[in-house]
Write a protein that binds this ligand. Structure first.
Ligand code: 3PY
Ligand code: MG
Length: 254
């Protein structure tokens, strides 16, 4: 249930926020993670098997501990975005957004009128109308829901300046892995061409009123991109577990 979006509040104060991408339909596991100090969790319906129905329990587990539940949808489709938000996400990651028109499409799907055309009904995100009349919820949802737009293709990099002009976008989020693929260096975000594209995005977004976001799986990457203006950081659950496991085993096996 969307009562307040603490992640959005922090971003509006210019503070950095840290979250973890999680792709398992296990609310108990999500609850455990939610107790570890994250600002937000991104429940991943793109590179994972999560469906809208899974978001209900996962979002509830995050909310229980004051953590913002966000969902990454499979595709930029109004019907998908609607169901993930209605199920209880306080924000939406939209992957593969390749033109200003596609950004507009994501916004229209995520916002109620007058800005958008999101379908209206009692939903878990709105407390099924138990907290306030639906007509009041629409304004609150429009203000509180976070819209995070991926920049992860050459076309998106070329259009980023236009993206920064679009009302309703909160975070422009660099996806280094897909971008490396799009630029012809699959799996190699460190390649100079990919780095140059990412730096270009950082320069443009930092001069706008949008937040720069990025996938950053380790503290060095976070520090580097913080200096380049990023304030919204998402790390992958598996990568963090792998680092912790390797550190542990290297220490005990000496
Ligand atoms: C990417 O790197 O492509 C991502 O989408 C990260 O979440
Ligand atoms: Mg991606």
């Amino acid at each position: 249930m969307l009562v307040e979006n603490k992640t959005k509040q922090k971003l509006q104060r210019g503070e950095a926020v840290y979250g973890c991408l999680f792709r398992y339909a296990e609310p108990t596991f999500a609850e455990h993670l939610a107790m570890q100090g994250w600002d937000f969790l991104v429940f991943d319906g793109e590179h994972g098997s999560l469906e809208a129905r899974d978001i209900e329990g996962l979002a509830r587990a995050a909310e229980l501990h004051g953590v913002t539940p966000i969902a990454r949808v499979t595709t930029n489709e109004a019907s998908t975005i609607l169901r993930f938000l209605d199920a209880g996400a306080h924000g939406i990651h939209v992957p593969w957004v390749n033109s200003a028109a596609e950004v507009e499409r994501a916004i229209v799907a995520s916002k109620y009128g007058p800005r958008g055309l999101r379908g209206l009904a009692g939903s878990r995100q709105g407390g099924w109308g138990n907290r306030e009349p639906l007509g009041e919820f629409t304004a609150r949802a429009n203000a509180e829901t976070l819209v995070i737009i991926h920049i992860e293709t050459a076309d998106a990099v070329a259009a980023v300046e236009e993206y920064t002009e679009i009302d309703g976008v909160d975070v422009l989020f660099i996806g280094p892995t897909d971008l490396s693929h799009s630029l012809g260096h699959p799996g190699n975000p460190a390649h100079p061409d990919v780095q140059a594209a990412m730096n270009h995005v950082a320069d443009i977004v930092s001069e706008s009123d949008k937040t720069l976001g990025i996938f950053a799986g380790n503290p060095d990457a976070v520090a580097e991109w913080y200096d380049k203006g990023a304030r919204y950081f998402a790390a992958g659950f598996e990568g963090l577990v792998k680092q912790a496991t390797q550190t542990f085993l290297a220490a005990v096996r000496g």
